[in-house]
Design a protein around this ligand. Structure first.
Ligand code: GUN
Length: 299
């Protein structure tokens, strides 16, 4: 069965629209998000445009700040500090990658953890790794995919948990293989799956006999950026396969990291590219903005 991230994202966004309208009634203003783009990288321009459109749809107040690629690190920090201090700003996102002369880690630390809607600030990452939420009390659904960690959870792993919830498959006790060990997807995903009582393998470019490792997976998640790396011989019959990759092929078409056509009849559930994980990541950014607003208002 194909998991339509596009349809699930649309359902979640309609629900968020209503949540945001109710919040505006209650608190006198809607949650607000500021997206900073440095330079004019074409891929970043498309991603930022998608984020602004999603915010508009959800009735989240949003603003885009476009800065020249020649901006200094210290001027970018000053801009971020101004937004940190602004009580009417709930979420701040700096679109990555940044120009080479700017230290990304430094910039991600400059955003106040409470306004970090990506979940990339070291305080949010540490909280995720050190905190053990009460999973037993949590009933996962597409609307509520992760238990309350009290911090921002990165958007892509959170969106993937929502997709997994849509299948209705129980995660407890399952073998999960995460291919890719990035800070944005692989590492947080592995921790979230461990907390859901999965036995997790974190595979990467140096893993020997990757197909054999993947074949053990009841849940296979791939985020490496190599088109069609995962072929039919990597899939355990009946597995759930989640493809995070979006790769442009020489003929101009898009392909995931999974050979979709070869794997779709072996897997029980599989995400397409496009229309799988991508729309969910942007949707979870909206949810994270709403959650940051809610936490700030509760203080
Ligand atoms: N560039 C590509 N993906 C992302 C993302 O999720 N967040 C940010 N800030 N930049 C990105």
């Amino acid at each position: 069965m194909i998991i339509s991230g596009k349809d699930i994202a649309a359902q979640l966004r309609s629900d968020m629209q209503q949540q945001v309208d109710a919040m505006r009634e209650m608190y006198g203003r809607a949650p607000s998000l500021v997206v900073i783009q440095v330079g004019d990288d074409p891929a970043s321009t498309i991603y930022v445009r998608n984020k602004m459109r999603a915010a508009e749809f959800c009735h989240i107040q949003s603003r885009q700040i476009l800065l020249p690629s020649s901006i200094t690190e210290s001027d970018l920090c000053k801009q971020i500090e101004e937004l940190n201090r602004d009580n009417n700003v709930d979420g701040i996102l700096v679109q990555l990658p940044l120009p080479e002369h700017i230290d990304e880690e430094h910039i991600l630390r400059a955003i106040r953890a409470e306004k970090d809607v990506d979940g990339f600030h070291p305080d949010n990452a540490a909280y995720l790794w050190l905190h053990q939420p009460l999973v037993k009390k949590h009933v996962a659904s597409i609307y509520n995919p992760v238990p309350d960690y009290g911090c921002t959870i990165p958007c892509t792993p959170k969106g993937i948990l929502s997709l997994l919830a849509s299948t209705g498959v129980e995660l407890d006790g399952k073998r999960a293989v995460m291919v890719g060990r990035s800070d944005i997807v692989g590492k947080p995903m592995a921790k979230l799956l461990m907390d859901r009582q999965c036995t997790v393998t974190l595979a990467h470019s140096h893993t020997s006999d990757l197909p054999a490792v993947c074949r053990e997976a009841d849940i296979l998640i791939v985020a490496v950026g190599k088109p069609k790396l995962i072929s039919a011989d990597c899939i355990k019959p009946g597995a759930i396969v989640i493809d995070v990759g979006i790769n442009r092929l020489p003929d101009g078409t898009l392909s995931g990291d999974v050979d979709f056509e070869a794997c779709k009849d072996i897997a029980a559930h599989i995400t397409p590219v496009p229309g799988g994980v991508g729309p969910m990541t942007v949707t979870m950014l909206m949810q994270n903005t709403i959650d940051c607003f809610r936490r700030r208002m509760a203080k």
